[in-house]
Design a protein around this ligand. Structure first.
Ligand SMILES: Cc1ncc(COP(=O)(O)O)c(C=O)c1O
Length: 402
């Protein structure tokens, strides 16, 4: 590939939002309406989201972290129970177990897709009764769901798909979020994610009991279902009608609601998700070709039968052979207006987990190897062709033997 014009006039972060005039119009409509929260836009967003991913139910909430916490509550994870995930994820995938008093376990990743290794998972399952497994569709590449589903049946755990990176992706013919293989899928709408609501999250499920439970925990554990009221003398008047103000709290929940303002933005963004994914995939294809001859760089793979959503484009760099540290490379790239990021620091090495469970370097070798070499480079919906050329030319220049 020839790089003719590699001048750019903005800083390129590893990911960012794309907001257009239609998004602004939809948000403005809500701001001018009677309800800016708990109004009609939330359920519209939920219905459209469920339809898009092909799940029966969707519950919008405050963040992707809240989505994971609510999911653990709904799956009745608690003290004495165990959740397992991978070290290569954002800390929230592991923390959700801690929020409910359960323990966090880890299994290693595969270097093919940077997702959980079914082999490593089975080794852990043989030794421990795991109640919930959280698979992370890392960078937007779906985890090996068929193999994990076989293990789910054999070892009888509940499965959460942390799909925060993967909206727009497919596993075989199932859209990510359809919950074909799992109880629950969770999403984040942070600005770097495939679509944004500022902060925000979504949970999808096909199970009515889980759905009801999620709704309850999202709003303080409060409900208004007259058939379920316990304090009947307080709930009903002398004619047997429900007192109009009445509600009951029969579990400890949270305020994890999303606003109508955010839901309007999310719904408008959702209409563009296929366009966004197409653009990310085109960018990935250009990067793959552009790095082909660079022996110091390994590009991400797309396994047979899946559609990678490319939330991240993460290269593995042989820094040792290059003779420069990752930090040096990142600083050089930054000087050229190219933002990069290291996603993620292995969670088991975070002092909180290392101290609590006595984790040490060497416990998850593949994850740690990945961490040594990974570098996420710019990929987002409105990344321009000449910007892609700029990224390629500078990276190939900076990551090369002189
Ligand atoms: C894999 C993964 N899980 C969970 C989260 C948490 O999402 P949020 O930032 O919306 O709370 C993130 C976001 O950083 C993530 O990348």
């Amino acid at each position: 590939m020839k790089y003719n014009n590699t001048k750019i006039n903005r800083f390129l972060p590893y990911s960012r939002q794309f907001i257009d005039s239609r998004d602004i119009k939809e948000v403005t409509k809500v701001l001018k309406s009677d309800f800016i929260t708990q109004g009609p836009r939330i359920s519209i967003f939920e219905k459209n989201f469920a339809k898009y991913v092909g799940a029966k139910y969707a519950v919008a909430c405050a963040t992707g972290t809240a989505a994971l916490h609510l999911s653990c509550q709904a799956l009745e994870l608690g003290p004495g129970k165990k959740l397992l995930t991978t070290p290569i994820t954002f800390v929230a995938s592991a923390n959700c177990a801690q929020f409910v008093g359960a323990d966090t376990f880890f299994a290693d990743i595969d270097l093919i897709n940077y997702c959980i290794s079914p082999k490593s998972l089975e080794q852990k399952l043989k030794k421990n009764k795991i109640d919930v497994v959280v698979v992370v569709h890392m960078s937007g590449h779906p985890a090996n769901l068929e193999e994990i589903f076989k293990l789910k049946k054999k070892y009888k755990f509940k499965l959460i798909e942390d799909a925060c990176h993967a909206l727009g992706g497919f596993y075989k013919k199932a859209k990510i979020g359809s919950c074909k293989y799992s109880e629950i899928s969770t999403f984040s709408f942070h600005p770097v994610k495939p679509i944004t609501t500022g902060e925000g999250g979504m949970i999808t499920t096909n199970n009515i009991q889980i759905y009801k439970s999620l709704l309850k925990f999202r709003t303080h554990g409060i409900h208004k279902n007259k058939n379920d009221f316990i304090n009947k003398d307080m709930a009903f008047d002398k004619n047997g009608n429900v007192n109009s103000w009445y509600y009951e709290m029969n579990a400890l929940g949270f305020n994890y609601r999303i606003t109508d303002i955010q839901a309007a933005l999310g719904d408008s963004q959702l209409k563009k998700i296929d366009k966004f994914t197409k653009k990310r995939r085109q960018t990935a294809k250009i990067y793959n070709a552009g790095f082909l001859k660079n022996k110091l760089i390994k590009v991400p793979k797309e396994c047979h039968g899946v559609i990678h959503a490319y939330h991240l484009y993460t290269i593995l760099v042989n820094f040792k052979k290059l003779g420069k540290s990752r930090n040096e490379v990142m600083l050089e790239l930054k000087k050229n207006n190219i933002g990069t990021q290291v996603l993620y620091i292995p969670v088991h090495l975070q002092p909180y987990y290392a101290k609590k469970y006595n984790y040490k370097k060497g416990h998850f070798r593949v994850a740690e190897k990945y961490y040594q070499n990974c570098l996420s480079i710019p990929i987002f919906a409105d990344l321009k062709k000449h910007e892609i050329s700029h990224v390629l030319s500078k990276i190939n220049l900076i990551i090369s033997h002189k």
